[in-house]
Design a protein around this ligand. Structure first.
Ligand code: HEC
Length: 209
């Protein structure tokens, strides 16, 4: 009995000491000294983190077709007059990206696939109907209320811009190019056009439509 009490008291002292010395660092240092590492440098990955960077000049699966050459912008489809990589935010406004022809006709198969992927990847932030205020995360990120995908603003964007923003993200929106493949991004664009029509907005007949 008295042994337990003594141990508890000792633990309390050690705890107080650790607190006083500032969040365990001396113990960590000791662990590193003795074992070469401590629990603090455990290898953990963030959700959705790419754990292995693709080798230089490799063509990721998600990019679709091959680039026209090393160091050239890979929009996912062969295009004349492409600008050099990397595909950056400013490129979203370039004529090449703005006028990318949409190679996928908005047939039932494309729209069905687009709906599945939209609900999987986009709806969490932009809402199932493309209305930001209805998104699941809105309680935590109220700023997203402004980002309607079925509203008149995005209805006025070209297909290429919406395709491009999915590929490289913009501002607070993360890029999805490594998770959503080339043709699937076009399927999502087609589905967003349907949402815009349902919301009473006329989508820009962009690209090849
Ligand atoms: C993690 C939350 C999140 C997800 C998931 C997300 N977005 Fe976004 N999206 C944002 C934010 C934040 C913005 C505003 C970007 C900025 O700050 O410039 C935005 C902006 C946009 C815009 C521009 C809207 C405008 O009015 O200018 C488009 C288009 C868009 N997103 C499409 C998509 C598509 C398509 C998907 C699914 C592949 C998607 N987003 C997934 C957060 C998200």
């Amino acid at each position: 009995m008295s042994g337990t009490v003594g141990r508890n008291a000792r633990m309390a002292w050690i705890g107080a000491l650790l607190l006083a010395t500032g969040a365990c660092t001396p113990l960590d240092d000791l662990a590193v000294f003795v074992f070469g590492r401590s629990m603090r440098d455990s290898r953990s990955f963030d959700p959705y983190e790419n754990t292995i960077a693709p080798p230089e000049n490799s063509v990721p699966f998600a990019s679709g077709n091959n680039t026209p050459g090393p160091g050239r912008l890979n929009t996912g489809q062969p295009e004349p007059g492409l600008m050099p990589a990397p595909f950056a935010q400013a490129d979203l406004f370039s004529p090449v990206v703005q006028n990318l022809p949409n190679p996928v006709p908005p047939d039932p198969a494309s729209l069905e696939r687009g709906e599945v992927l939209f609900n999987r990847f986009c709806a969490v932030c932009h809402g199932a109907a493309g209305v930001g205020a209805q998104a699941n995360i809105i309680e935590k990120f109220p700023l997203l209320i402004g980002y309607n995908l079925s509203g008149p603003v995005v209805a006025g964007f070209t297909d290429g811009y919406i395709y491009g923003i999915m590929r490289i993200g913009r501002g607070l929106m993360p890029p999805y190019g490594h998770q959503i493949s080339h043709f699937d991004r076009w399927n999502i664009v087609n589905y967003i056009r349907v949402l815009q029509g349902q919301a009473g907005n006329t989508p820009l007949g962009a690209g090849a439509e």
